[in-house]
Design a protein around this ligand. Sequence first.
Ligand SMILES: Cc1cc2nc3c(=O)[nH]c(=O)nc-3n(C[C@H](O)[C@H](O)[C@H](O)COP(=O)(O)OP(=O)(O)OC[C@H]3O[C@@H](n4cnc5c(N)ncnc54)[C@H](O)[C@@H]3O)c2cc1C
Length: 558
Amino acid sequence: MTQSLAGLRPVLLTVDDDPSISRAVARDLRRRYGEHHRIVRAESGEQALEALRELTLRGDQVAVLLADYRMPGMTGIEFLEQAMDLFPAARRVLLTAYADTGAAIDAINVVDLDHYLLKPWDPPEEKLYPVVDALLDAWRTADHAPVTETRVVGHRWSARSHEVRDFLARNQIAYRWCLADEPEGKRLLDAAGTDGLRLPVVVAPGGETLIEPSDAELAERVGLSTVPSADFYDVVVIGGGPAGLGAAVYAASEGLRTVLVERTATGGQAGQSSRIENYLGFPDGVSGSQLTDRARRQATRFGAEVLTTRHAIGLEASGSARSVRFADGSQLHAHAVILATGVTYRQLRAPGVEDLTSRGVFYGSALTEAASCAGEDVYIVGGANSAGQAAVHFARQARSVTLLVRGPSLEASMSHYLIQQLAALPNVAVRPCTEVVAAHGTEHLDKLELRHIPSGATNTIDASWLFVFIGASPHTDWLDGVVARDDAGFVLSGPDLMVDGKRPPGWALDRDPYHLETSLPGVFVAGDARADSMKRVASAVGDGAMAVALVHRYLEKP
Ligand SMILES: Cc1cc2nc3c(=O)[nH]c(=O)nc-3n(C[C@H](O)[C@H](O)[C@H](O)COP(=O)(O)OP(=O)(O)OC[C@H]3O[C@@H](n4cnc5c(N)ncnc54)[C@H](O)[C@@H]3O)c2cc1C
């Protein structure tokens, strides 16, 4: 190691066994980041780990790790794997030669790699700095807990404590989780002057204490926008998943006065995905939270207002205006509306499951709870890609991960690449032809009763963690009687509304509904909530963009 460890600036660490390359990376990093960061250089994995251990003891922050793939003794992947235990929030980059690209791609899941960089990285302005800039941005906003962080004190198995953490995590608010019966939690409760009988307690960055806060109170205190700045817009987008964010980016960038309203946290289902590997432009994959963070910043940069904790419960036409009503009784009005409400997780129907939800049974919470499952046995219900992604994610920290699948195998329901990844993970097992018939526990989940479907035989196992990924149904009940929906509740649009060449009942305009336009003129639908949609991030974003083009057409010729 050639760099002094003195100072408090976040560290960028680079390790390469070839001294000339190691020096060159450090030189390029120092040139751009040296003023606000410390560049630490090592020439072997062991040396780099030693440096990281020293940094941990000193309470230092490490923002980015850049490791060469081919190093004698310890490869870059092995190094990054061990480094993750010391600095889990640090962003990880692998430096590879072209010939090693395959290994780098495999590493994406083993060490949750953020990027791989091909050598040589000249000119750094084009190849190195944009990558490191983006990683530093993501580290600062998502993972790196600043000094003024939010703290949540609660019980491990309290449903509301889980919801509050999930809400903060999905809104990318850095927080520290403290158990109420551990010293740090007790200290915070004492300092806040509460007895800890009502939990969770949230200590906001300004030091203000919130006892059992609602999502709206929480959003306001941690700096999320919840109140619109106007009461009339060109377009209201309902739902902040990929479709809604896509619509907001295109609408605002094309000069429409745009507001996006989201009931919980932007990102939707995609925001819950540990890694989206098939979205165009991200060859190394991208985590749902990173994609959401970028999309939200992009939408607001173009001038869209993005509001959270706004639950739309009513929609009506008043003349040419379209009015959206919210759960708190407030309203917003616009020329046009884009429905992008996506789908919600389908509930697992078995005795005991509902009572234990958020107390050991979770829906799509892989990201929030993964750290709590370290060293424990995790069960996942479902055989599709979302279940597979969650299994890969949990396998990094859990002692074992078991997929409970109703079908005879994963082949019919999961992508081939995920099946291969799961097969390579020694702590992941698949139990086909199996269903959960009951969940037991008082305070939290203790046991699961499973049935082997062909034989009907049941057995009961000890289990504290059950994650359910069994598909979803559209969140459109509130639109009943307002727009036409199919039997499953998905919103019909465009040509699908025409029956035997006839326009939908009540349609008063002298034209057919535009593509993506619902049975209420000026109201469009995008993404997973649309009948026959593709249920993919890319198609949701595409729908959002297309809906905006059609809103323009509608505004010109209603
Ligand atoms: C775990 C997981 C992994 C996935 N991985 C991939 C992948 O790798 N690749 C891929 O292409 N696809 C993946 N998908 C599918 C993809 O995420 C979805 O197709 C996509 O998110 C759909 O986008 P959407 O905007 O239509 O809906 P959603 O993402 O469902 O977003 C809808 C949003 O609307 C909000 N909302 C609903 N009702 C209201 C209301 N009344 N008022 C206000 N807001 C409301 C919801 O809170 C939600 O945030 C994955 C899905 C999951 C669950």
